[in-house]
Design a protein around this ligand. Structure first.
Ligand code: EPZ
Length: 416
């Protein structure tokens, strides 16, 4: 397993280009199965999960051709409703195949995604809302078998604004008969990006970005070309890198329009963030101060930035509280940060971070995608050498992180 070796203490400065959004790319790629013609998706990040999704599309019978950061996909008549377990189980987002396959074929078989490090992550809201459209599901040795006649529009109210659940419903409802209304829908920018992509293919979705989304079913979708939005969580992670290293970074292709709450929290800590025309500049300050954070569905503070802020607060003054309300077990990075000298107390869904720590480099272990990012960030500030192990977690969601950091002065290398 690869590991990253970091010599801390060097302020970062220079330009970092933000890649396309993983969490927008995955549902959009799977949504291409709804289109009988050719779909060309550009601005894709070079990530493990993107590669896995394209491989999955091929196994469903799509023909895929990659050219640089684009892929051309034709989901013609040879579409199959099944995907192999060993591929599906490696990526939770595979559950988003249900919507398109039910809509196109009336059948779908995907592995029931297991839990993961950050929580049980059930898909009950996905299944219950798809049943409202007329689908029915059975469980067969760990797989979900779904089938339906033609899906019919319905009025669905989510118990919780689930990102994946909202995306699965968008993917299923665009070809359903009649109108579907989603209440308490997720408002994340990646959900809106999926809706924009589907509308570019001829779907009739309105209200995306609000908690009330309307989808008028159409007979079929048509060829389109679409560019995925930039990754707001990758951008937020590099803002934290500027802060924790005492540096000054310019981020290109940065979706600051999707980072209002995150930028407000960075400014509250004392970072300077200037959103310009083509670059967003982030400068650290010698007296960063801890703050309090509660993770919320968008437009609240994103759970995917919680680990990064925890690392940053370890070196800021005072103390701060982080309450994680989205996932039930998303403080695994705290235990590893303590190995570097961080002072963190966890009780239930709340972490208390005492700042002003001199972090000392040590070997640490990644457990999930954003936890690994927070350990890399801490390594940038820690005195001496920090080795981050199991960085396959990192490779799932960050394109060439060690190269991008090295280009702005970090002393970091990957050891195979
Ligand atoms: C998406 O996960 C993202 N993943 C996550 O990013 C992100 O943290 C999350 O949204 C919240 O913003 C992708 O987009 C691929 P949810 P998702 O459905 O769709 C519970 C990253 O680091 N729930 O909004 O799984 C669930 O267990 C990843 O890039 C149910 O109980 O998020 C969780 O506690 C991590 N039943 C909460 O709701 C359901 O049917 C939020 O889940 C669905 C969800």
């Amino acid at each position: 397993m690869d590991e990253l070796i970091i010599q801390g203490g060097k302020p970062l400065s220079g330009k970092v280009r933000i890649s396309g959004s993983k969490n927008a790319a995955l549902p959009i790629l799977l949504g291409s199965m709804l289109v009988p013609g050719e779909v060309v998706i550009s601005g894709l990040p070079e990530l493990q999960d993107v590669g896995t999704t394209i491989e999955l599309l091929t196994l469903f019978g799509c023909s895929c051709r990659r050219e640089g950061d684009s892929v051309s996909i034709v989901a013609g008549s040879g579409l199959k409703p099944e995907a192999p377990y060993d591929l599906v189980r490696t990526m939770r987002a595979s559950v988003l195949c249900l919507g398109p396959l039910l809509a196109r074929l009336g059948r779908a078989r995907v592995a029931l995604p297991g839990g993961c490090a950050i929580g049980s992550r059930p898909i009950d809201m996905h299944l219950r809302s798809l049943e409202k459209l007329g689908a029915s599901f059975d469980l067969d040795s760990g797989d979900i078998l779904g089938h339906c006649e033609r899906l019919r529009g319905a009025h669905v109210v989510f118990d919780f604004p689930t990102v994946g659940g909202t995306e699965n419903m968008l993917l299923a409802a665009v070809l359903a008969e009649g109108e579907t209304i989603l209440e308490n829908a997720a408002r994340e920018p990646e959900v809106s990006d999926l809706a924009e992509f589907l509308n570019a293919c001829g779907a009739r979705i309105s209200g995306q970005g609000t908690s009330l989304i309307r989808i008028k079913g159409v007979e079929s979708l048509r060829n389109c070309r679409y560019t995925v939005m930039p990754d707001r969580i990758e951008a937020g992670t590099y803002m934290a890198a500027a802060g924790i290293s005492g540096g000054d970074l310019q981020l290109e292709n940065c979706p600051d329009w999707a980072l209002d709450t995150v930028i407000a929290k960075f400014r509250e800590m004392g970072l300077e963030v200037e959103a310009g025309e083509s670059v967003t500049r982030v400068r650290s300050s010698p007296d960063l101060a801890c703050i309090d954070i509660v993770t919320q569905p968008y437009p609240g503070f994103p759970t995917d930035m919680q680990a990064q802020f925890m690392a940053l607060m370890c070196v800021a003054s005072g103390s701060g509280m982080i309450q994680e309300t989205i996932f039930e077990n998303r403080f695994l990075h705290a235990l590893e940060l303590m190995r570097l000298g961080a002072q963190i107390k966890i009780s239930g869904d709340t972490a208390l971070i005492r700042g002003e720590r001199r972090l000392i480099g040590a070997p640490v272990q990644a457990s999930d995608l954003r936890a690994s990012a927070s350990l890399v960030l801490a390594g940038l500030a820690a005195r001496g050498t920090t080795t981050v192990r199991r960085i396959y977690h990192l490779d799932r969601g960050y394109e060439r992180m060690e190269d991008k950091l090295a280009q702005v002065g970090a002393r970091i290398r990957r050891k195979k």
